[in-house]
Design a protein around this ligand. Structure first.
Ligand code: URA
Length: 480
């Protein structure tokens, strides 16, 4: 008897999913069922561990499509939505996806009909799942635990998170890229992930009590949150939406929220009067900054899954160079200015008689912002908002290194140091006094030079050389 005959005889098919988020398994079974002409009301999709008893009177084996069965059609829009929607906890999701796949065969443009109930439902499920993933990216907080086993000595970070949907496995890659160099575990009631720097392993569901409750890095995190909290922009509704209360218990900074909200008015006046964040809220060593940067989530660029690149150089350097953000090479090597822009910078520094090793070299924004073009990661400039949210770090580096002269390369760096936008052509060559008494010099960014050709490049190289020569001369005076 063929599969088609089975269906005609009223057979039911029961598909038990091996995992609640296994899109490939669902796709393979759904294709075979469509090819065997099994209508949606003849298939029961069962959650892992569930039972298909309701259908025990019917056919349970999978039908095998004929060799010449027609290809199954599915639009790209459907596949994209289905990959997210399948992660929802709605028990009807597999059947919904199958119904839509089935309906695709007669109407390949079905996904364009936004009034269709099935299309609206898959859209909704996918949107809810994307939001759950976004919350996970934003609200997972790692806590440091020390390894006791000597062989395995090293720092291990553990986070507890309660996703609403089956998103854990789908987001493993995000956390692996984002925290590639850390050893970490994410524990959830739906399962756990363990990354040792090389291999990702899945583990069983966990309980909140399996995760540690706090660590010293959180203190620094809280200080950072408090210092960036802007009472004049306080909108409690928006804040709750951005950081739902449910997640507060896992987030070190959340303990500050009631206090910060209560004191908002008073703090606003104080901030207006003082103009600045208090110095004692800052980390007290460069190592502490580096450690905190590793788990920094304030800057949206961190979502791209790049590494935070810390500044490098003598911790008491008289000269600090501030760039825009790490590029592709810097992200991979974890050091500032090691790619093409860095090579051009090194050449000009040497020409001006400045030893790069004597300078503390850092960036305004600590993560690489990019868009994918094929397999390449193309640089994107940070927005003013992104620069402003990262400013606290470069300010903290300045407060510790205490350079006498700061050289900002390009407009983003100038904004990162000054907190406002300046025009490079007007600001270059004219030192400005910063509030700690150091001098800020501004020049073009070497990447800008690299993008030019011909006479325009020659002109800009000449200006850059002149700026660095002036900086070198001033440095000699300042350190004399
Ligand atoms: N461009 C920058 O601004 N910084 C780097 O570290 C590299 C390129």
């Amino acid at each position: 008897m063929t599969a088609l005959q089975h269906v005609k005889l009223g057979a039911y098919y029961v598909v038990t999913m091996p995992e609640p988020d296994d899109f490939d398994f669902w796709r393979e079974r759904a294709r075979a069922l469509v090819q065997c002409d099994v209508p949606p009301d003849r298939v029961a999709w069962v959650e892992p561990g569930g039972s298909g008893n309701l259908f025990s009177h019917g056919e349970r084996r999978m039908p095998v499509p004929d060799r010449d069965a027609p290809q199954v059609r599915a639009s790209r829009a459907f596949v994209t939505l289905a990959k997210n929607a399948i992660l929802h906890t709605d028990t009807e999701r597999f059947a919904l996806l199958y119904r839509l796949l089935w309906r695709h065969q007669a109407n390949p443009r079905i996904m364009e009909d936004k009034t269709d109930g099935d299309v609206r439902r898959i859209d909704e499920l996918a949107r809810i799942v994307r939001r759950d993933s976004h919350k996970m990216h934003a609200f997972v907080r790692f806590r440091l635990v020390e390894e006791s086993d000597e062989e395995e000595a090293g720092e291990h970070y553990v986070a507890w998170f309660e996703p609403e949907h089956h998103i854990l496995r789908a987001n493993a890659g995000f956390f692996m890229r984002r925290f590639a160099n850390m050893k970490w575990s994410i524990l959830t009631p739906r399962g756990s992930l363990h990354w040792d720097g090389k291999v990702m392993e899945e583990g069983p569901p966990a309980q909140r009590s399996d995760a540690p409750a706090g660590d010293p890095a959180e203190d620094l995190w809280r200080k950072y949150y408090a210092s960036t909290f802007n009472p004049s922009r306080l909108k409690i509704g928006a804040m709750l939406k951005e950081m739902p209360k449910k997640y507060w218990k896992n987030m070190p900074e959340a303990s500050l929220i009631p206090e910060l909200v209560a004191g908002a008015q008073a703090r606003e006046s104080a901030m207006v009067a003082a103009g600045e964040v208090k110095d004692e809220a800052r980390p007290d060593t460069l190592a502490a900054i580096e450690k905190a940067l590793g788990i920094c989530r304030r800057c949206p660029i961190g979502e791209l899954g790049t590494n935070a690149v810390m500044g490098e150089g003598p911790s008491d350097a008289s000269f600090m160079i501030v760039g825009e953000q790490p590029g592709d090479q810097e992200d991979m090597q974890g050091r500032p200015f090691v790619g093409p822009a860095g090579q051009l910078l090194d050449m000009h520094l040497a020409e001006a008689g400045i030893e790069r090793k004597s300078a503390y070299v850092t960036n305004t924004v600590k993560h690489f912002k990019y868009v994918m073009r094929g397999k390449r990661r193309l640089h994107q400039s940070p927005t003013a908002k992104e620069i402003d949210s990262c400013r606290w770090w470069v300010d903290s580096e300045r407060a510790l290194v205490k350079p006498k002269l700061v050289l900002a390369l390009g407009a983003s760096a100038a904004r990162g140091v000054l907190g406002r936008t300046v025009s490079i052509s007007r600001a270059r060559g004219v030192p400005q006094m910063l509030d700690d008494g150091s001098e800020l010099w501004i020049t073009a960014h070497p990447s800008y030079l690299l993008r030019l050709e011909g006479p325009a490049r020659e002109e800009q190289e000449r200006l850059f050389t002149a700026d660095l020569a002036a900086v070198a001369a001033r440095l000699t005076e300042l350190v004399a």
